[in-house]
Design a protein around this ligand. Structure first.
Ligand SMILES: C[S@@+](CC[C@H](N)C(=O)[O-])C[C@H]1O[C@@H](n2cnc3c(N)ncnc32)[C@H](O)[C@@H]1O
Length: 320
């Protein structure tokens, strides 16, 4: 297990310690440029449990700073590698502009709804963050579609668990660690696990440019991935690095749920003309035999190992 965790600025750190195209996933949560060093006051937190030493980026420096670290992120990511950046809305435009000036391509713009909106009297309560999911072109991106929920799992209202889990609005609660000292804005373990599981394989190299409370690092190691990262604050770094050796590589793997079903084997593949004709003929004769449309599609999906929507689209194209 390789751990490369440095107490230094991420831009200098990446230049010094990370080779071009060497990282499979960057998962990071930069300072928001909203005087984060005072965040505990906004959120009425118990100040004794908030870790001091959070280094904020001044508003006037935010744009330039963001451009510089995202340039490094682009360089170190492997072709096909993924990057997820968590951002509030205040400086979102700077992050989007910086991403647009690189070769990185948007995959999803995820909304993470959290469970403690800042109370307001005469406007709506702000209760979401943005998670910008981009990829570096030129390689095969890892996306483990059935890693958390299989194709055969449904809620009582019949909605697919896999579909729900892959929607781009995530409602995930913050970790509640009563009495424990936390970095400001510490990301929930559930959110970190979700991203790492979907976007990496075991043994892949994950990087966090802004380690904070080392949440990404802990979860990555727990899931049997390698980790690299940077934290500029000496206080935050010293607080967390001391506990890193307590985490056993892969210790979270046994606790993961076992998904059921891996989807249709042929879904997404090109159709042969001869198979299209077979599908049409079988569909027509099934309806003549009295089968409902949905039962006929289900049978076809099993026979041809295709998703039901794939069969439905094909039948629609042939006017059925
Ligand atoms: C929003 S927090 C990250 C929180 C982290 N995701 C967690 O779950 O604990 C941002 C962190 O970046 C650190 N930081 C600020 N400027 C930095 C820089 N130039 N290089 C590395 N870390 C920096 C801050 O001290 C802070 O701990």
């Amino acid at each position: 297990m390789i751990k490369s965790l440095y107490n230094m600025d991420c831009i200098e750190g990446a230049k010094t310690h990370l080779a071009d195209n060497s990282i499979d996933l960057i998962l990071t949560d930069p300072p928001y440029g909203i005087e984060g060093q005072f965040l505990h006051k906004h959120y009425n937190r118990d100040e004794n449990n908030v870790l001091y030493g959070y280094i904020e980026i001044a508003q006037e420096d935010y744009e330039e700073f963001t451009g510089k670290w995202i340039t490094q992120a682009e360089r170190v990511l492997r072709p096909g590698g993924s990057i997820y950046i968590v951002s509030g809305y205040t400086n979102l435009r700077h992050i989007l502009n910086a991403l647009a000036s690189t070769s990185l391509k948007e995959v999803n713009h995820i909304i993470w709804k959290y469970n403690f909106g800042v109370y307001t009297k005469n406007k709506y309560i702000s209760s979401h963050y943005h998670i910008l999911f981009y990829e570096k072109p030129g390689g095969v991106r890892t996306f483990n579609k059935y890693i958390r929920y299989g194709s055969d799992e449904h809620y009582s209202d019949k909605k697919s668990m896999n579909y729900s889990d892959r929607e781009d609005v995530w409602s995930i609660k913050r970790d509640f660690k009563k009495g424990q000292v936390k970095n400001k804005n510490q990301l929930p373990t559930e959110l970190l696990k979700k991203i790492i599981l979907y976007s990496t394989k075991k043994g892949d190299r994950v990087c966090d440019f802004f380690l904070g409370g080392f949440g990404t690092a802990k979860v990555a190691i727990g899931l049997g991935r390698e980790i690299a990262g940077f934290e500029r604050s000496e206080i935050a770094y010293k607080h967390s690095i001391a506990n890193m050796d307590k985490i056993k590589p892969g210790e979270l793997l046994d606790s993961l749920r076992k998904p059921k079903g891996e989807g249709a084997k042929n879904s997404g593949k090109r159709w042969l003309k001869s198979d299209i004709r077979k599908v049409e003929r079988q569909f027509d004769s099934s309806l003549k035999d009295g089968l409902t449309k949905s039962a006929a599609i289900k049978a076809l999906s099993e026979k041809f190992q295709r998703g039901k929507f794939g069969i439905l689209n094909l039948l629609k194209k042939s006017g059925r």
